[in-house]
Design a protein around this ligand. Structure first.
Ligand code: K7E
Ligand code: CUA
Length: 607
């Protein structure tokens, strides 16, 4: 089944194969077709969670096959599951019908993915969502996070999921108020935020924030090992431009990575420092020495990524053809000896010559870097449409692989952990151009699966992705334990029933409550009479306890369509606003008599 685990061979046999491969040049290597082919009935070895961009969803793919396994609706309606149609998910989604989802982030324990939750940002409304990786359902949407404007940089999860870190992309005055836009430099604020994740439940709540000069914060990465307790944020627009950014924000040869000592900030907050703004304690770094330092980094940095051993902080300035590597040892020494290149807006700038360990000539348009388990780094190059592999420590460029086309993020399985897996890497390309059959002017995006287990990167296959998955996370399948059914006995949802005998209709004035059972292959009750003007609340419980028997509930001529998993209850509200007969039916194929699964609502005229 798995292509991951080779059969065990004696060391001598392995050595012999290695020699044979070296001599014959890959004679024993499987073909890419064999490596990605998962035969019917077999399973993939890895999950890939790709953001759906401004579709507001998360796409779940199987790797290596590249098969789309499911869609998890997060910020947008999804009639397939009824998300955004039933009362609970409507409440979750709040006032917005969409979100701009960029960065899926898996929860961690001891620096490794633990398979509990997937977090993801909605840039446009400064929200974070949490998906339960047992039910694969969105459980929480938190936000808008106070004082954060356009949450692009986030969520970035600390090594024990203590915090999700985030920052403002578009600075605004904090607290938000009218100011003339040309007073930007004086009145607008950049913000960093630490959102506490409750260890048992995963609930999120803004813990503290740091007010920064109005740069555009872009991305971040968690310190690890020796640098644990720090978070590194990139920012462009150190020019502090508020108009014509394509020119005005591309003037400086260097911008900054902000090194944020969140453990020190925690202490300052515990000591009562800072001021409360919209319910969150906000620290002023000019008054809190030791909390933030600036690391000069080449022109308009986009990604920043900390190596698995926590020793290297890699910034990718998209307008310079290098990856800038800052050494954690260098950073700590420069801080200890106050080796500053002055201050900027009151914040110490560490001397570049002292912190920089290497400028690696990766190529044009570097955006993001990932690491494997063997000490190599992989940097995506948007302009070159390529990935450059280079070595940590020697800083040698090892290999360069063209990708199609214009890569943004890339992701190594286990990529943001202290133990990357180092087998598969996904290139998340922005442009598809000629790669797939045409589907009109709206093009999909293109993911490419790359084998990084050898010296050279090997392209295995392409598969289309949708809504621009800015980023994705890959995790070995064995770390996820998907739920098969909801336990009906443990279902305490409002209006839930546990047997068909509990189903029925109750009335309170013009409010009608229907406890509706679904079970192969009928609804109970299936003939319902109400009066014109009634508001009818359906609590639909799927009494099934067998896996893979979801029922649907759809009412003709309405906006109601939900899917109910075995053991689950969902609530929808329907207005009986005109007299007549309204059929309802099961919208999800469930059994041989699915087509018989129907009922009628009769609405009696009011007079
Ligand atoms: Cu598209 Cu992380 Cu929003 Cu980079 S981001 S490419
Ligand atoms: Cu129940 Cu189809």
């Amino acid at each position: 089944m798995s292509t991951r685990k080779p059969t065990r061979l004696a060391p001598i046999a392995l050595a012999a194969i290695a020699t044979a491969v070296a001599l014959s040049g890959c004679a024993h290597q499987k073909s890419p077709a064999d490596e990605v082919y998962v035969k019917p009935g077999d399973h993939d070895t890895t999950y890939a969670f790709l953001s759906g961009g401004h579709s507001g969803q998360v796409w779940v793919y199987g790797i290596p096959s590249g098969r789309l396994l499911n869609v998890i609706p997060v910020f947008s309606n999804y009639p397939k599951t009824g998300y955004g149609f039933d009362e609970d998910s409507k409440k979750l989604m709040g006032a917005y019908a969409w979100g701009d989802a960029h960065h899926p982030a898996l929860s961690k324990t001891d620096g490794d993915y633990d398979g509990r939750w997937l977090f993801i940002n909605d840039m446009a409304h400064a929200r974070l969502a949490r998906i339960n990786l047992s039910s694969f359902q969105t459980e929480e949407i938190y936000g808008s996070i106070p004082n954060i404007s356009a949450l692009h940089a986030g969520p970035f999860i600390s090594n024990d999921s203590e915090y999700a870190f985030a920052a403002s992309r578009f600075s605004v005055p904090v607290p938000n108020r009218y100011e003339p836009i040309d007073s930007y430099k004086k009145t607008f604020d950049g913000m960093l935020a630490a959102i506490r994740i409750e260890p048992k439940t995963g609930h999120m709540k803004a813990a503290f924030e740091v007010k920064m000069p109005p740069m555009d914060f872009d991305l971040a990465s968690a310190g690890k090992g020796p640098s644990d307790g720090w978070e590194f944020f990139t920012a462009y627009n150190t020019e502090l431009a508020h108009t014509n950014l394509e020119v005005a924000a591309s003037q400086h040869q260097q911008d900054f990575i902000t090194a944020f000592n969140w453990k020190a900030a925690e202490k300052a907050v515990a000591a009562g420092h800072g001021t409360m703004v919209n319910g969150v304690r906000v620290l002023d770094p000019t008054q809190e020495p030791g909390i933030v330092y600036l690391l000069a980094t080449s022109k308009s940095p986009h990604g920043v990524d900390v190596s698995p051993d926590g020793k290297w902080v890699v910034g990718a300035g998209k307008l310079a053809p290098i990856a800038v590597v800052h050494g954690w040892d260098n950073i700590t020494k420069a801080i200890a000896s106050k080796d500053f290149d002055g201050t900027w807006q009151g914040i110490p700038v560490l001397r570049y010559k002292s912190t920089v360990a290497a400028e690696v000539p990766v190529g044009l348009g570097p955006l993001h870097t990932q690491f494997d388990d063997k000490g190599y780094a992989y940097t995506s190059l948007f302009v070159d449409s390529a990935i450059t592999k280079w070595q940590l420590g020697t800083w040698k460029v090892i290999d360069k692989l063209p990708v199609t086309y214009n890569i943004g993020h890339l992701n190594v399985e286990g990529g943001n952990t202290v133990h990357p897996v180092g087998h598969y890497m996904l290139a998340l390309n922005k442009m598809t151009k000629d790669r797939f059959l045409g589907t009109g002017p709206d093009y999909p995006t293109n993911a490419q699966l790359i084998d990084i287990s050898g010296e050279k990167m090997r392209l295995l296959q392409d598969f289309p992705t949708m809504g621009e998955p800015h980023y994705g996370e890959m995790i070995p399948a064995e770390k996820i334990k998907p739920l098969e059914i909801y336990d009906l006995k443990a279902n305490h949802a409002a209006g839930a029933i546990h047997a068909q005998s509990e189903a029925g209709v109750t009335r309170n004035g013009q409010l009608v409550d229907v406890k509706l059972a679904t079970i192969r292959t009928h609804f109970a009750p299936d003939n319902i009479e109400v009066r014109e003007g009634d508001t009818v609340t359906f609590h639909v419980t799927n009494l099934e306890q067998d896996a893979n028997v979801a029922h649907g509930f759809a009412i003709d001529d309405s906006n109601i369509d939900i899917e109910i998993a075995p053991g689950e209850t969902k609530t929808v509200v329907w207005k009986a606003d005109k007299a007549g007969i309204f059929p309802f039916y099961c919208s999800n194929f469930c059994s041989a008599l699915h087509q018989e699964m129907q009922g009628y609502i009769a609405v009696k005229p009011a007079h």
